[in-house]
Write a protein that binds this ligand. Structure first.
Ligand SMILES: CC(C)(COP(=O)(O)OP(=O)(O)OC[C@H]1O[C@@H](n2cnc3c(N)ncnc32)[C@H](O)[C@@H]1OP(=O)(O)O)[C@@H](O)C(=O)NCCC(=O)NCCS
Length: 206
């Protein structure tokens, strides 16, 4: 398979950006980001590629973007790096009546959502790379591409950083199977969300 993994740093072209926005809306519709306007998601992606604390990867097959993944060097950077657009995001969610999403954002910002994690796992989560979003286009799913994509990204991250673990979260039971059965992640607890909690997972990579 002619798969190409690309990391976007400093800049990104409009075509790739719009492909990522479509993938996000189609495959990660439960995410906070998918609730935002395209203009806000656009600003999010621009910050993502300019930040040296956040990472954006795409997976391309015959020059078509069929997957993407975003990482934060630590989960707290997902709040701090987007500080400049925080009012824009809140306003966008408010005028579209996404009150539960606002509530979930707030409990995440004040870190109440990790209250049920034990001290060791809280520390593990807060001090390691976090896989924030991952998707493979529907017609290419269940062909082993997601696993391969993640393995290749982790190799790149390991080569550039001294980190021990990678963590991620998901609402979805099929994605949970993907992380645990296919990619050897381990469930370490839950993050509180209204009204469906997130599974929190980790994988030792060093
Ligand atoms: C999860 C996902 C990235 C895996 O990519 P993939 O290329 O399908 O993964 P692989 O082919 O390597 O592994 C397939 C396994 O992933 C899981 N899976 C397949 N389709 C899935 C889907 N739509 N959603 C969640 N998990 C899925 C299943 O366990 C599947 O095993 P099976 O083929 O034996 O049923 C991809 O399915 C996807 O984009 N899902 C929707 C978005 C999502 O849930 N993202 C993760 C949370 S941020």
């Amino acid at each position: 398979m002619n798969l190409k993994i690309k990391e976007y740093k400093n800049s990104i072209d409009e075509v790739t950006k719009s492909k990522i926005i479509s993938l996000l809306r189609e495959e990660n519709s439960d995410s906070i980001l998918a609730k935002l306007s395209s203009d806000n998601i656009d600003s999010f992606i621009e910050i993502l590629v300019r930040s040296n604390k956040l990472n954006l990867f795409t997976c391309e097959l015959n020059n078509e973007v069929i997957g993407y993944a975003t990482f934060a060097n630590k989960p707290s950077f997902l709040v701090s790096e987007f500080y400049e657009i925080k009012y824009k995001i809140f306003l966008n969610l408010l005028i579209n009546f996404h009150f539960l999403t606002i509530l979930n954002l707030l409990i995440s910002i004040v870190r109440v959502d990790i209250i049920l994690l034990n001290k060791t796992n809280k520390q593990l989560l807060e001090s390691n790379f976090n896989l924030n979003l991952l998707a493979i286009k529907k017609k290419y799913q269940s062909k082993g591409i997601g696993k391969l994509f993640l393995e290749e990204i982790l190799k790149k991250i390991k080569a550039q950083n001294l980190i021990l673990y990678i963590t991620c979260e998901t609402y979805d039971d099929r994605a949970l199977d993907f992380y645990i059965k296919k990619c050897n992640f381990e469930k370490i607890g839950i993050k509180l969300r209204f009204f469906k909690n997130l599974h929190v997972l980790s994988k030792k990579i060093n």
